[in-house]
Design a protein around this ligand. Structure first.
Ligand code: DGL
Length: 271
């Protein structure tokens, strides 16, 4: 009994490290903060090296390893790779490099096919790196062997999300967004699987443009983190530590700040 309690205490003491190329990983952080009882969280936005989706696998592998080292040096004992591109390119190598550390990655929730048999027509959108990756293509083949889900790479969409969240929904960004989503317009989709963590942050705008139900993996990632951490008691986190690699300065950010960045995210979301 005592040792069981000790294990629980140790689990509660765990500190979670999360990273993405930018603030896209906030779509995952938000789900984790709403699910996991109070733990410390460090978030790195690797804006000095963004966007990840246009880089080569070897660049992302090297960079992910560097960012992971920073998080481990701050005492993180569980790492969430809150980026589909970095998960596709680097998570296997990170797991090999740090055998005792649990890594949780993010992949497009193609499995929605098995949970919503009524889906009329679906597509999955990703960065170019994710779309070209072996990991994504194997996952898609396994879950969707008949290729019912169309895949489309969106080269500029993550950057548009950063612009909108940084400076508001200016007319020029709205025009960029409409142009970027143009290839999806005539597909007459019922569901759109968001295969980059930036996209759920503007799910509301995407839904307005395309009249689709969006599908995000965030709740499943949070469940996985929860299972790895602890029992369901305790208060939820009210803040987290945040650092961009352009400034290399750690700051405390509140849940309210996070919520303020979710104003374009509300849409009819399936998961
Ligand atoms: N948010 C990331 C992803 O999920 C990367 C976006 C980017 O930097 O290209 O793929």
């Amino acid at each position: 009994m005592i040792s069981q309690q000790k294990t629980l205490m140790e689990k509660f003491k765990q500190k979670i490290g999360i990273f993405d190329s930018g603030i896209g990983g906030f779509s995952i952080l938000h789900e984790i903060m709403g699910k996991v009882p109070s733990v410390e969280i460090d978030y790195i936005s690797d804006d000095a090296f963004a966007p990840y989706g246009e880089k080569s696998d070897s660049e992302i592998i090297e960079r992910s390893s560097f960012i992971t080292e920073m998080l481990l040096n701050r005492g993180c004992s569980l790492i969430v790779v809150a980026c589909n591109s970095a998960t596709a390119a680097a998570i296997a190598g990170l797991r090999e490099e740090h055998e005792s550390i649990p890594f949780v990655g993010v992949e497009p929730y193609i499995n929605v096919l098995n949970h919503h048999p009524g889906i009329r027509k679906a597509a999955v959108i990703t960065t170019e790196l994710t779309g070209n990756s072996v990991k994504f293509n194997e996952l898609k083949k396994k879950i969707d062997p008949a290729s019912r889900i169309q895949h489309i790479s969106m080269p500029g969409l993550a950057a548009i999300v950063e612009d909108i969240l940084d400076s508001g929904l200016k007319e020029e960004y709205r025009i960029h967004l409409t142009r970027e989503l143009e290839p999806l317009k005539d597909l007459n989709l019922s569901h759109l699987i968001l295969g980059c963590t930036h996209y759920p942050l503007i799910a509301g705008l995407i839904q307005d443009e395309l009249n689709v139900v969006t599908v995000s993996p965030g709740p499943h990632v949070a469940n996985r983190v929860f299972d790895l951490l602890s029992s369901p008691q305790g208060n939820y986190c009210s803040n987290f530590s945040f650092m961009c690699t352009t400034t290399m300065r750690w700051e405390l950010r509140t849940r309210e700040y996070l919520n303020s960045l979710l104003k374009y995210s509300s849409a009819e979301q399936d998961s």
